[in-house]
Design a protein around this ligand. Structure first.
Ligand SMILES: [Zn+2]
Length: 139
């Protein structure tokens, strides 16, 4: 009698495990479709060519952005060099053609970040690995 009850319980548990395994497969497929990476961050349009907001795959890329059109605009960046006024860490944009969601990049930022922080009081690096850098600046 006890063995029959244990067998029934075992069968029930195996069925539940199988149901959860199927559910995990469905969720894994949905995660892949959404373009979400382990850890919760989404895959960028730059690397994935899929809009994380609407899922469309038609992406517009601009290697520079001007602050005004018509040939008189400056290329947008985090700053400009003292000599010749060239942009420092110029922006690039990937934009979803369907919904307009944008990702801004400054590919040269890592090379210029120290110079920019020295030059501008309002600029700073927030490094999550360094507790001191995550504190708000004094006002
Ligand atoms: Zn979109």
């Amino acid at each position: 009698m006890a063995n029959d009850a244990m067998d029934e319980r075992m069968i029930e548990l195996e069925a539940r495990v199988s149901m959860f395994e199927d559910l995990v497969k469905v969720l894994q497929d949905q995660i892949v479709k959404l373009g979400v990476q382990p850890g919760g961050s989404y895959r960028t349009m730059a690397e994935h060519s899929r809009c994380p907001a609407c899922g469309q795959r038609k992406i517009f890329f601009a290697d520079h952005i001007t602050d005004r059109d018509g040939g008189i605009g400056e290329k947008m960046s985090f700053g400009r060099t003292t000599w010749l006024s060239r942009p420092i860490a110029q922006f690039q944009i990937y934009a979803c053609v369907a919904c307009g969601f944008c990702e801004w990049y400054a590919p040269a930022l890592s090379e210029a970040v120290d110079e920019l922080c020295k030059k501008h009081k309002g600029f700073r690096v927030i490094d999550a690995n360094d507790a001191e850098s995550t504190k708000a600046p004094y006002r």
